[in-house]
Design a protein around this ligand. Structure first.
Ligand code: NAD
Length: 319
């Protein structure tokens, strides 16, 4: 079996590194700055480059690197890689699409449960005023809502959208999903005692989701224009909420901010931003937003599953 020289420039689960080294490959996991990346790849004869979303693999880099045979994106989105150009140069591009779906879905549910009970705001206020204004804050956060019986709208019913649907069903929510390419799906929930339950979901129009959902979450790839802007928000129920853990810009951030200001939406949650890594401070400071810094896939379990998939990809590379 061929021995490969591998650079994991944005990190790699320890278990995956060990498995690759045990199989005889040479693995570098140090972070090489963009200006030194081409030289490093050429000097160390790197034929497999593993990246997450931080390292950009653009045309100029691809033109300089000679030994590179494969780029592996440890995760889903390929927007940081010039995929077509790499393929033209005979460099294979792979990703690990399924490994992180569950982690992203759990983050979405965390943001949803945070939002309906104002935890995102309470967590900002309690350290500042919890000891002097306890009763005032208790009153402020006492009109939370349950999610049970409410409708979760899911736009984009691929791997993550369906995981989110399963969790929502587990919380006894109703699910309305829209996806132009998926008409129906069977979702099987696996319980701790071995029981399973399968739910058949037929997708509906985007408008039906917008008009009837109490909360909307997006699970679409990066888009040229927002999937939700002012017009779509105006169709939504008063007091609804939006969660974006897909890609920055699939929700128009300005329209979202205005809808929160007007009280049209009760809260929103953002894990991704149009301007990463420098989102506008107006969003970061805004009390009706539950925020996280693009950590949807970043759990120990997801990174281990991603690592296992990467080991499989490298082992099968020469077949
Ligand atoms: P997927 O390809 O399985 O599903 C995406 C679905 O969106 C597809 O079924 C597609 O038909 C649908 N779609 C495309 N355009 C649409 C539109 N305009 N309206 C409605 N549906 C549309 O992808 P996935 O694994 O579910 O991932 C979804 C997205 O989540 C990824 O593209 C990625 O950007 C994002 N993501 C974010 C994180 C994070 O850290 N927050 C982690 C992983 C993935």
């Amino acid at each position: 079996m061929a021995q490969h020289h591998i650079l994991a420039n944005d990190g790699l689960a320890g278990s995956a590194r060990e498995a690759l080294e045990k199989a005889g490959h040479t693995v570098y996991t140090r972070k090489i700055e963009p200006e030194n990346l081409a030289d490093f790849i050429n000097d160390k004869n790197i034929d497999v480059l593993i990246v997450r979303s931080a390292t950009k693999v653009r045309k100029d880099l691809l033109d300089k690197v000679k030994p590179l045979k494969m780029i592996i994106r440890a995760g889903v989105g390929l927007d940081n890689i010039d995929v077509d150009y790499a393929k033209q140069k005979g460099i294979l591009v792979r990703n690990t699409p399924a490994a992180s779906s569950h982690s992203v879905a759990e983050l979405v549910m965390a943001h949803l449960l945070c939002g309906v009970r104002f935890l995102h705001d309470a967590n900002r206020e309690m350290p500042l005023r919890g000891d002097t204004a306890f009763k005032e804050l208790k009153k402020k956060y006492s009109k939370g809502r349950e999610v049970k019986g409410k409708t979760l709208g899911i736009i984009g019913f691929g791997r993550i959208g369906r995981e989110v649907a399963k969790m929502a069903i587990g919380l006894e929510m109703k699910v309305l999903a829209h996806d132009p390419y998926i008409k129906e799906a069977d979702l099987t929930l696996h319980f701790f005692d071995g029981q399973t339950a399968t739910f058949h979901i037929q997708t509906v129009s985007k408008e039906e989701v917008l008009r009837n959902a109490d909360f909307i979450t997006l699970h679409v790839p990066a888009q040229d224009k927002p999937v939700i802007g002012e017009e779509e928000i105006n169709m939504m129920k008063d007091g609804a909420a939006i969660i974006n853990a897909a890609r920055g810009g699939v929700v128009d951030e300005v329209a979202l901010y205005k809808a929160l200001e007007k009280g049209k939406l009760s809260f929103a949650a953002l894990d991704v931003f149009a301007d990463e890594p420098t989102p506008p401070v107006q969003l970061l400071m805004y009390p009706k937003l539950s925020l996280s810094p693009h950590i949807g896939a970043s759990t120990v379990e997801a990174q281990e599953r991603i690592g296992e998939e990467i080991v499989g990809i490298v082992q099968n590379m020469d077949n």
